[in-house]
Design a protein around this ligand. Sequence first.
Ligand code: SF4
Length: 272
Amino acid sequence: MALPLTPITQIGLLIVVSQHYNFNTQGCVILDTGRLLREAMKLAVGEYFLSIQGEGRHAGRLAVFVRLAGCNLDCVWCDSVKVWRHGRTYLAMDLAKFVADQFHKPFQSGAMLIITGGEPLIPAYHKPLIALLDELSRQLGFLPIVEVETNGTCTPHPDLDALIASYDCSPKLRNSGMPKEKRITPDFSFFAHSPKAFFKFVVTSWGDVQEVYSDFVVPFNLEPHRIWLMPCADNEQTLRELAPKVVQWALRMGWNYSDRLQVRLWDKTTGV
Ligand code: SF4
């Protein structure tokens, strides 16, 4: 049996409904499809800036970063959480025009576009990201080299995948504090099979390296040339102390080493 609505509940419902629907002169509800479509094409942006890529196989490259807000994980050592928890919302088309205007010259010089987060591949972002990249390539006259930084738990839509040149995939280990079923999902197979994906593991100990081997390399058959070990260090002093050990572990396993140039250069500052 339906419960009667109190006047306050009725007002609340009216407010929610009126955000997405219009009413005609007879008071009938009309679906505002234009508005719904526009809402679906929104991206929440934590920050954007021109810099160099500090990590992974593209370390040192000129890059425009767009950091999207929101993540499906909550790692204990996340160093970007303060930025991705809050975002300013943009229509994808407006953001594309803005980014094209502001960074036209670096893109002309070959700067990469790095879409990072948070987790930029959460499903709600797939369509807006396709719209962003389509409009950006229209504005610039070409599509920059697009790299997505991801935790490897969300498979991109095929139309989005087609626009992405590479994935800097950083699957999380036990040291993230996240339960295994949240950080290793069936979606990881997409990245394991994609020739565009490279894997960057954040490590603090030799035990972490063994975990990389047993939980990822063996079950997903990851080739050594696709693996980078990176120190878990959000400040310059920790990086200085941990980096030599991580280099030794990388040499021992026959994998690559990733530094954190942004931490060496700017310590804890983000957006630089
Ligand atoms: S997945 Fe990345 S962005 Fe998300 S909480 Fe973990 S470290 Fe932070």
